[in-house]
Design a protein around this ligand. Structure first.
Ligand code: 5GP
Length: 113
């Protein structure tokens, strides 16, 4: 079964897409936690950080390069933004297709809840 995010990548489920490369897709989170809240996903199914391999690890760099471009595009690169990746249940992961949360547009707190 394709993951929810693969269905978004394949345009089988609608999403507000904000950025795309040949390796990644970024779209608005359906339940935004900040004025800008995007999910940046690899175009292959990697369930969690624990499933990364030396062969797929380069996707992490691709996700961060996309985050950098989105930050520039929406004008928060200097002001600030946060990227977060949850791994498994206790960290709050609910969709098991690796994704980087991109949050911006408000002051962030630390530590996160
Ligand atoms: P996680 O909790 O796994 O780190 O993040 C999953 C994220 O996916 C959540 O922030 C949730 O709001 C978002 N999400 C869940 N279902 C959908 C959907 O159908 N479309 C979009 N755009 N985001 C979704």
């Amino acid at each position: 079964m394709p993951t929810l995010f693969t269905k978004i990548i394949n345009r089988e489920i609608p999403a507000k897409i904000v950025y795309e490369t040949d390796k990644t897709l970024a779209f608005q989170d359906i339940n935004p936690q900040a004025p800008h809240h995007y999910l940046i996903v690899p175009k292959i199914e990697i369930p969690t950080i624990n499933d990364l391999t030396p062969e797929t690890a380069h996707y992490i760099g691709e996700l961060f390069l996309s985050a950098k471009e989105i930050a520039k595009q929406i004008g928060v690169d200097e002001k600030g933004y946060r990227v977060v990746m949850n791994c498994n249940a206790e960290a709050g992961q609910t969709v098991f297709h690796l994704h980087l949360h991109f949050l911006a547009g408000r002051a962030m707190h630390w530590p996160p809840g």
